[in-house]
Design a protein. Structure first.
Length: 314
């Protein structure tokens, strides 16, 4: 069941998300008069429906029933808001003049505020202390109310060693990515590096300049720190769902990265430095993708039916 503190924590974040949404739509409505392909950029109006849905669940204190579903809806929304941030960051960097630039800045500010608020909201909604939850079950036996599972074998949480192993693999992939990334910066200006059809639209979601289309690398670094902090503090059992919700966007972004640098690999001159650099970045992003998949699965292991589950090891 959602605690009073948890419900109270969600409301300010919801208000912040609402403010970001208002700013976003304000800039958006102004930009609609500009010569941009509106059908491709303005797809996030359903965000308001998500805001209302979360507010209703918060008001009804229904997190304990619909927690996983809310997180499942919100995680892809975080990716889409990052997409919007990148798009309007591109607009802001076009050296536009007059009201168009100001409108792009308002939309950019709104999407950034929304991203930050939604990220923290994922963590707040996902808080669930599994050990405290067991004590609320019937008769202190750990059995879910109204249900009996007999002698069913408990599925214990996997050892934290496995999570640390894949975290180290994720770090290795990140290092490879940054190595290839820094090398590819030397190729800025080459047609296939800056071509939006190769390196912008698919991989980084907006056709932006070479020095800017690598703008999602920070999110993997952020998650490296978050995962290590929660593993080191043995807090995964309490923040499990929120952490999984934050890792879902990283899975998507790393898959985009793989796709982008596979394209650069295939279009670079055969045998040249650029192709080798693209291969390095592709290898790093592929290793990172596999690692974050494994960590997400490990963090998500929780046997809700178990009457005998011991304290989680992560």
């Amino acid at each position: 069941m959602a605690t009073k503190a948890q419900t109270v924590a969600v409301w300010p974040l919801w208000v912040l998300l609402l403010i970001g949404w208002v700013l976003f739509l304000s800039g958006l409505s102004g930009l609609q008069a500009s010569p941009v392909p509106c059908g491709k950029f303005y797809r996030f109006r359903y965000l308001f429906a998500i805001l209302i849905l979360v507010a209703l669940f918060a008001a009804g204190r229904a997190f304990h029933v619909f927690r996983a579903g809310i997180l499942g809806l919100a995680a892809p929304l975080l990716v889409l808001l990052m997409d919007s941030s990148n798009t309007f960051f591109y607009f802001n960097g076009l050296n536009l003049i007059g009201s168009t630039r100001e409108r792009a800045r308002v939309a950019l500010a709104g999407t950034i505020i929304s991203c930050v608020a939604l990220g923290f909201m994922l963590l707040a909604i996902g808080v669930y202390d599994e050990e405290a939850g067991k004590s609320e079950r019937r008769g202190g036996t750990g059995e879910p109310k109204g249900e009996t599972y007999g002698a069913a074998m408990a599925v214990k949480a996997p050892s934290a060693v496995w999570a640390w192993l894949f975290w180290l693999l994720l770090v290795c992939g990140w290092i490879l990515m940054l190595g290839g990334l820094s090398a590819l910066q030397n190729d800025c200006g080459a047609s296939n590096v800056t071509d939006p059809t190769v390196a912008g639209t698919v991989g980084y979601l907006a056709p932006i300049n070479c020095d800017r289309f690598y703008s999602y690398s920070w999110y993997e670094f952020f998650m490296l720190i978050i995962i290590a902090a929660f593993l080191g503090g043995a807090l995964v059992h309490k923040w499990r769902m929120g952490l999984v919700g934050l890792m879902v966007p990283l899975v998507v972004l790393l898959q985009y990265t793989c796709d982008t640098y596979l394209g650069l690999w295939e279009t670079a001159p055969s045998g040249g430095n650029q192709q080798s650099r693209a291969k390095t970045l592709f290898a790093g992003s592929l290793i990172s993708t596999i690692s974050i998949y494994a960590i997400t699965i490990l963090f998500g292991v929780f046997d809700e039916k178990s009457a005998t589950m011991q304290t989680a090891t992560m």
